[in-house]
Design a protein around this ligand. Structure first.
Ligand code: NAP
Length: 223
């Protein structure tokens, strides 16, 4: 079944963290933030996990570039997104992908707050099925903006086509700090997701690395 082209974008410290132990995720430099907003303006939808909603309360809109706001997709099996979260501020369409595990009351509250609810899966959100549903609704290009657990869920299932990682010149340490990809992990390097380096460029003080996930074939030009 067809699914959207998926670009995973993240900002990471040199030691691989996407947030500090205390949850500070302001890692991108100014120029990189501009790049992210341009990237958002060029996709149909932007997707994050509920962990990122709860930690950062992002709006996921386009503010530093010209272009329209993409549809926001929140992966949230138990409908824990607060109804007053910025992703429900009405400035763009918001899809809440949840499961049959989610309490009906919370779903109704989020519907009232403006979310379009898609029930997809029993335990965790069935990401493959969700992408197929999004494709059927016209989403052709999707930007995955984390966090760590959702990045793993998408990569593990072979649902990422391209990665753009801005490496910031900071080291924050912390064994418990979220890394670019979390989850259960692979036992062997040979089982891992194989990437092909497609581009490197300086963005302000950060280094942008662009990778194609092997076997998928990049369609976007390095930006
Ligand atoms: N620097 C960056 O570029 C960047 C970008 C984004 C986020 N972040 C940071 O990342 C951290 C959040 O990451 P996180 O790992 O805690 O949370 P996350 O990846 O944003 O969300 C993960 C949650 O999504 C839900 N989920 C439902 N179905 C899933 C599936 N099939 N696969 C994976 N997840 C699924 C799960 O919660 P339920 O079971 O409750 O549904 C899971 O715990 C924050 O500190 C944030 O600041 C950094």
């Amino acid at each position: 079944m067809a699914r959207p082209y998926v670009i995973l974008n993240a900002a990471m410290t040199l030691d691989g963290k996407i947030a500090t132990v205390a949850g500070d995720s302001k890692i991108s430099c100014d120029a990189d933030l501009n790049r992210i907003h341009e990237l958002r303006a060029g996709v149909d939808a932007v997707m994050i996990g509920v962990g990122t909603v709860l930690a950062d309360n992002p709006s996921l809109t386009v503010r530093r570039a010209r272009g329209k706001n993409p549809t926001r997709v929140i992966i949230d099996s138990q409908a824990k997104t607060p109804p007053d979260a910025r992703v429900l501020d009405g400035s763009a369409k918001t899809i809440l992908a949840t499961t049959r595990r989610a309490p009906r009351q919370r779903i109704e509250r989020l519907r009232s707050a403006g979310a379009k609810v898609i029930t997809c899966g029993v335990g965790k959100v069935d990401l493959q099925k969700l992408l197929e549903k999004l494709y059927a609704q016209g989403v052709r290009k999707l930007l995955l903006e984390g966090g760590s657990t959702l990045n793993w869920g998408m990569l593990e299932r072979g649902l990422v086509d391209e990665m753009r990682v801005a490496v910031a010149p900071h080291i924050v340490g912390g064994a418990a700090a979220r890394t670019l990809v979390g989850g259960a992990g692979f036992d062997r390097v040979s089982q891992g997701v194989k990437l092909r380096l497609r581009g490197t460029r300086r963005v302000g003080e950060d280094l942008l690395l662009t990778y194609e996930v092997e076997g998928r074939g990049i369609v976007e030009k390095n930006r």
